[in-house]
Write a protein that binds this ligand. Structure first.
Ligand SMILES: [Zn+2]
Length: 293
């Protein structure tokens, strides 16, 4: 389990997020003037890379009025994500999903943090309570309404999604959505609803999509998924019946796949007749965890 975490894209962020000092506005202000401070530029939420690494640049090189968030510290160096908007040289920027497959894992985690935060700030310039303008606080972990009579506090959201590999004996349940690449199948997934436990969401989603009843649910691993700000909660779940009735609104098809077939798919053996998600996705690691049991 631990090994899967450390090799999975968007996990293992090693920045010191400096939680206890973020409320100190004077400290944050000083960091913005500090020559050691550096920034990672995002254009339309795609990070700037150079030689397959994050392209950190001096913060002083960016216009002070660009939207930015303080991500944390690497040693003595404060690290920011800066939203540079549309750029003349889009080839310098790599979409986050592609970047995750290229970058060292801990650097992909910084992309996840920066992308999710910049996206949230871009969409929360106005107060959901009263409609007044909001302003950034704590380097980006909060916005506060400017209206004196409101002063509502708003916090960046994380939306939990369960992704579950339902297994029954030597087989696992996977489905296909029409948007998937041709031939690919994956674990089922769905958003949690207010007032649900992880286990309840797993059972509801599997039942909705395939009508398969689910017994025991076991948490295996989680992954930040910055599109825009999800937390994928990976589980293994016990199927209590074989019979599948798909919901055609959700799935194109679904079926039971044997361990041998999944192993063949991992080996890129065309005789498997299907492909599985790439290592950037938690589904890949759930399948691996199941095969290792
Ligand atoms: Zn307000």
């Amino acid at each position: 389990m631990a090994a899967a975490q450390s090799t999975m894209a968007f996990t293992g962020n090693s920045l010191d997020r400096a939680e206890t000092r973020r409320a100190d506005a004077a400290w944050l202000k000083a960091l913005e003037q500090d020559g050691r401070s550096r920034a990672l530029a995002f254009s339309n939420l795609s990070p700037r890379l150079s030689d397959d690494r994050l392209d950190w640049q001096p913060l002083s090189g960016f216009a002070a009025d660009l939207p930015k968030v303080f991500l944390g510290l690497i040693g003595d160096s404060a690290c920011y994500a800066v939203d540079v908007g549309d750029q003349d040289m889009p080839e310098l920027y790599t979409d986050a999903r592609t970047a995750a497959a290229i970058l060292p894992v801990d650097e992909s985690a910084i992309v996840a943090q920066g992308r999710s935060l910049l996206d949230w700030h871009a969409r929360h310039g106005f107060c959901a309570m009263c409609g007044s303008r909001t302003e950034i606080r704590k380097g980006g972990l909060q916005r506060v309404c400017r209206s004196d009579s409101c002063q509502a506090e708003h916090f960046p959201r994380v939306d939990p999604v369960v992704i579950m590999l339902v297994t029954r004996g030597d087989h696992c349940l996977m489905g296909r959505q029409s948007r998937f690449p041709p031939g690919m199948v994956s674990a089922l997934a769905g958003f949690m609803e207010p007032g649900e436990t992880i286990e309840e969401t797993v059972r509801r989603e599997v039942h909705e999509e395939t009508a398969v009843p689910v017994g025991e649910v076991r948490y295996v691993m989680s992954q930040p998924w910055p599109f825009p700000s999800n937390l994928m909660i990976g589980c293994l779940a016990e199927g209590l019946d074989d019979k599948i009735t798909i919901d055609p609104q959700e799935l194109e098809s679904a079926g039971w796949y044997s361990r041998a077939d999944v192993q063949a798919a991992f080996a890129d053996d065309p005789s498997a007749g299907f492909t599985i998600p790439q290592p950037v996705a938690v589904a890949h690691h759930l399948l691996k965890a199941w095969l290792a049991e």
